[in-house]
Design a binder for this molecule. Structure first.
Ligand code: AN0
Ligand code: CP
Length: 318
């Protein structure tokens, strides 16, 4: 695997899951693979889990790691081509990317949607420039439209906890004070659509995701109805995608906060969230602290998904 930005890059999910469980049993099994190889992680946005779990994955594989928070300490970067650079940005991304590529073998990039221009975000301009100009293998640590390391960890978690071959998985919108990207819900939908689970998306009207991510999922605007008989509840906030409302917060309705009221109609569902989560906005204290909450094992699986992805990229370097 040269680059990793979406579910298709991983190919068949079954062997990828087998590899994940093999690594989970012995996370240092491939510690020789990354010897004298360097991972560079570039963050345009904050992170706790991605930063730590990806670094741990690289350690599992015997790699060296460099981390750069591009907005703290590096030169402020111009990202548009053709701009007369007489403002506050001393360096262009088009030089910065190949320079960073000189010092490493694999590059991870976190670059969220900016919500200024939907086409710019949905064309994945930033991560695609890394793919085009770094000369290195590149993977997404959450780009504008997807968060594949998260979705892979989510899939591993569902496979570990599911009690039936074809669980009902419900992704629900929940309120949040600020506009958040669609990357996590887009990506989760993309991965769920690649399985044979019964997958349902529920959100208030106006929050429809891009059709290419919704795919064949069943969309239900009545949250209580969607939750009936669910085996997994996957909560997430996102800002609107549609038309002029792109990046807008249309609702902060706390009726949508996941609480015992909705969990009561599920099939004793497990509660999932990628974290960070705002308590009593997205989910009540009581649900996230309940025995059905698997947010911590879900986060733990980020190390596993990242180890599989880096392992596959290292294998291609050899
Ligand atoms: C980010 C998001 O919603 O995309 C990262 C989640 C992994 N969340 C926040 O910015 C709070
Ligand atoms: N879930 C996730 O990606 O968390 P961070 O934003 O803390 O990396």
């Amino acid at each position: 695997m040269k680059n990793f930005t979406c579910v298709q890059d991983l190919g068949d999910l079954k062997p990828a899951l087998d590899e994940a469980f093999e690594i989970k049993k012995d996370r240092f099994k491939y510690v020789e693979l990354g010897r004298n190889k360097t991972l560079m992680m570039i963050f345009f946005n904050s992170s706790l889990r991605t930063r730590l779990s990806t670094q741990k994955a690289a350690i599992n594989l015997g790699m060296n790691v460099m981390v750069l928070d591009i907005t703290q300490g590096a030169w402020k970067l111009e990202t548009e081509r053709g701009v007369i650079m007489d403002g506050d940005k001393p360096e262009h991304l088009l030089e910065a990317i190949p320079v960073m590529g000189c010092y490493c073998d694999i590059i991870g990039v976190r670059s969220f949607a900016r919500f200024e221009d939907r086409d710019y975000d949905y064309n994945e301009v930033i991560i695609n420039q890394f793919i085009q100009h770094s000369g290195r293998s590149v993977f997404s640590m959450e780009a504008a439209t997807r968060h594949p390391l998260q979705s892979f960890a989510d899939l591993i978690t569902i496979e570990e906890y599911k009690k039936t071959a074809r669980p009902k998985v419900v992704m629900t919108w929940a309120p949040h004070p600020r506009p958040l990207p669609q990357a996590v819900p887009n990506s989760f939908a993309e991965w769920m659509n690649a399985t044979d689970y019964d997958f349902v998306i529920t959100h208030p009207e106006g929050y429809d995701l891009a059709p290419e991510f919704v795919g064949n999922a069943h969309v239900e605007y009545d949250q209580m109805k969607a939750f009936e008989g669910a085996d997994f509840i996957y909560a997430k906030n996102w800002a609107a995608y549609s038309g002029d409302n792109y990046g807008v917060v249309l609702s902060r309705d706390r009726e949508w906060t996941v609480s015992n009221r909705q969990m009561a109609v599920t099939n004793n569902a497990y509660f999932m969230h990628c974290l960070p989560v705002r308590r009593n906005m997205i989910v009540t204290d009581s649900v996230i602290e309940s025995p059905q909450s698997i947010v911590i094992p879900e986060a733990a699986n980020r190390e596993i998904s990242a180890t599989v992805v880096l392992k596959r990229m290292l294998e291609e370097l050899k």
